[in-house]
Write a protein that binds this ligand. Structure first.
Ligand code: C2E
Ligand code: CA
Ligand code: CA
Ligand code: CA
Length: 279
């Protein structure tokens, strides 16, 4: 038993070493991602349920690693957070998304909104509001076309400072969305204090619609809450027509999900815009 224990321990620690080694390797690869032009933004359409028209896009980061292939943001964003690389990467994401939004606005006068994700470390940076406002000005984008997505967990931390930052962004004309709504540890009462425009209902509450009674009750409750607080609601991860129909019947304004389109390249997103305009 002793030997077994020892072997088990050895095996376990070797595994840990391997995974620590893997992380380190991935980290050094990630350092080269930006200078090596391995990062790309994909864009997923957000649709108005009533008109079935695209009203905006969410910018989603993709990493094409030359040796390993595509690495999911769920894997590398936490690494970028831990290493601080998120600051440079986030700056690139913001600039690229703003330039894209500006280009589409100039070409199509479409009024399409661009949603950009900000993670904790990024939004906690003391100069973040100034950085965002500076970028919007530098690019010459109408600030009203930029929407900042923040998760509840980002906001719970140092919430008074966060609320101040959100007010400053609102004053500059930007909109703020709460991402993955319902999965954080926020209490509903915080929602009234946050100067937000939109809640994005997490995919986990959409998945079981319309058959799962609990999921349906939660989705309905969130939609009722949004209505009372005069917030716009976007349902994430909508994959079926039945889900879309349930959401429409319960007053959800907008949907995002594979039903209409997965995240696509800038060129493909532009094709969708042209299609909609009949060009
Ligand atoms: P998120 O912000 O919640 O983004 C939505 C995720 O759901 C995306 O995953 C999207 O591809 C996926 N999705 C959209 N529609 C459907 C659907 O109908 N079914 C299913 N199963 N999935 C759907 P993705 O692109 O892998 O991104 C994962 C997460 O990585 C994002 O979750 C976000 O938290 C983070 N992320 C991505 N890009 C950025 C970025 O530029 N900056 C930061 N800070 N985080 C990012
Ligand atoms: Ca998001
Ligand atoms: Ca989300
Ligand atoms: Ca998420």
């Amino acid at each position: 038993a002793k030997a077994d224990g020892k072997n088990t321990f050895r095996y376990y620690s070797r595994e840990l070493e391997d995974s620590a080694h893997q992380q380190e390797k991935l980290m050094s690869m990630l350092q080269k991602a930006l200078p090596g032009h391995e990062l790309e933004l994909y864009y997923q359409p957000i649709m108005a349920l009533e008109t079935r028209k695209i009203v905006g896009f969410e910018a989603l980061l993709r990493w094409h690693q030359p040796e390993l292939g595509n690495i999911r943001p769920d894997v590398f964003i936490p690494l970028a957070e831990a290493s601080g690389l998120i600051m440079q990467i986030g700056e690139w994401v913001l600039e690229t998304a703003c330039l894209q939004a500006k280009a589409w606005q100039e070409r199509y006068a479409s009024g399409l909104i661009m949603n950009v994700n900000f993670s904790g470390r990024q939004f906690h940076h003391p100069n973040i509001v100034q950085n965002i406002v500076n970028m919007v000005n530098k690019v010459g984008l109408d600030a009203r076309l930029l929407n900042i997505e923040l998760t509840e967990s980002v906001l719970m931390d140092q919430s008074s400072v966060m609320i101040e930052k959100m007010h400053m962004l609102r004053q500059a004309g930007l909109d703020i969305a709460i991402d993955d709504f319902g999965t954080g540890y926020s209490s509903m009462s915080y929602l009234r204090q946050f100067p937000i425009n939109t809640i994005k209902i997490d995919r986990s509450f959409i998945k079981g619609l319309p058959d799962d009674p609990e999921g349906s009750a939660i989705a309905q409750a969130i939609l009722a809450l949004a209505k009372t607080l005069k917030l716009s609601a976007v349902a994430e991860g909508v994959e079926t027509q039945a889900q879309a129909e349930f959401l429409r019947a319960n007053g959800c304004e907008k949907i995002q999900g594979y039903l209409f389109s997965p995240p696509v390249t800038a060129d493909d997103a532009e094709r969708l815009i042209c299609q909609q305009l009949g060009r």
